[in-house]
Ligand binder design. Structure first.
Ligand code: SF4
Length: 236
């Protein structure tokens, strides 16, 4: 009997990247614990969480959305982002449970919803390179949201929060504090097209890759695979 797969929107979105490697994906799902060299500084998720609280505070104080949310259109309020234990759907065609953990959910005056993801980062060409990943992640949230209490979803966006680190910023008012120092952030809003139809083919492909008992071929000419082979050759 085929086992139901459980996959997060974030992991599924990896398949949308142009340089996605099915072999790496297959290996990552099969290692019993974690891959080596995978430590990720927790500070970024702390800042994302802080950004979320700051934005919610704007609404809670009765001031509505921050000015830098302007490109998102009029927003009437927000909803606490749902936890993945309640924000999930089962794709019965492929027997996959798709879970999500959206950073922010806002309500438009017509009752429809806007889902956002915060990214603590400068919006650089590298971030643009990651756009297919983020686009698929947000569209997976939209697909889940349509069946998990956020119907209808009418908008998606990425909110980049970029540390303000110039000399002028460092000398600015409010920076120096008795308990340390404060750093400001500049926000960039990037709208993401709502097209949940991109998720179905990713679910089919993920089922196909993970059902295989043997590892799929990796990317051609991948430098990391060559380095790994060299490493194994040296280790004997
Ligand atoms: S080809 Fe590259 S990306 Fe794929 S498994 Fe090898 S190291 Fe990973």
């Amino acid at each position: 009997m085929v086992q139901q797969l459980r996959i997060s929107a974030k992991v599924l979105a990896e398949l949308a990247m142009p340089d996605f490697c099915p072999r790496c994906f297959w290996v990552k799902r099969r290692v019993p614990d974690r891959l080596p060299y995978q430590s990720f500084p927790g500070i970024f998720s702390s800042i994302d969480s802080f950004s979320k609280k700051v934005v919610h505070g704007w609404f809670d104080k009765g001031g509505g959305a921050p000015v830098w949310f302007q490109s998102l259109g009029e927003l009437a309020g927000y909803k606490p982002p749902p936890h993945h234990s309640k924000f999930n759907i089962v794709d019965h065609d492929n027997d996959i449970m798709l879970t999500g953990n959206p950073d922010g959910v806002f309500v438009r005056p017509d009752g429809s919803h806007l889902i956002v993801d915060y990214k603590t980062s400068r919006y650089t060409p590298y971030q643009e390179r990651l756009f297919p990943l983020y686009e698929a992640q947000l569209n997976a949230y939209a697909l889940i949201g349509e069946q998990c209490g956020l119907e209808p979803v009418t908008g998606l966006a990425l909110i980049y929060t970029e540390p303000a680190t110039s000399d002028d910023d460092a000398a600015g008012e409010g920076v120096h504090r008795d308990d340390g120092f404060a750093m400001g952030f500049v926000a960039n809003v990037v709208l993401v097209e709502l097209k949940t139809s991109i998720i179905g083919p990713l679910l089919i492909r993920v089922r196909d890759i993970l059902d295989s008992d043997i590892s799929p071929f990796g990317r051609r000419n991948c430098r990391n695979c060559r380095l790994l082979k060299d490493l194994l050759d040296v280790a004997g």
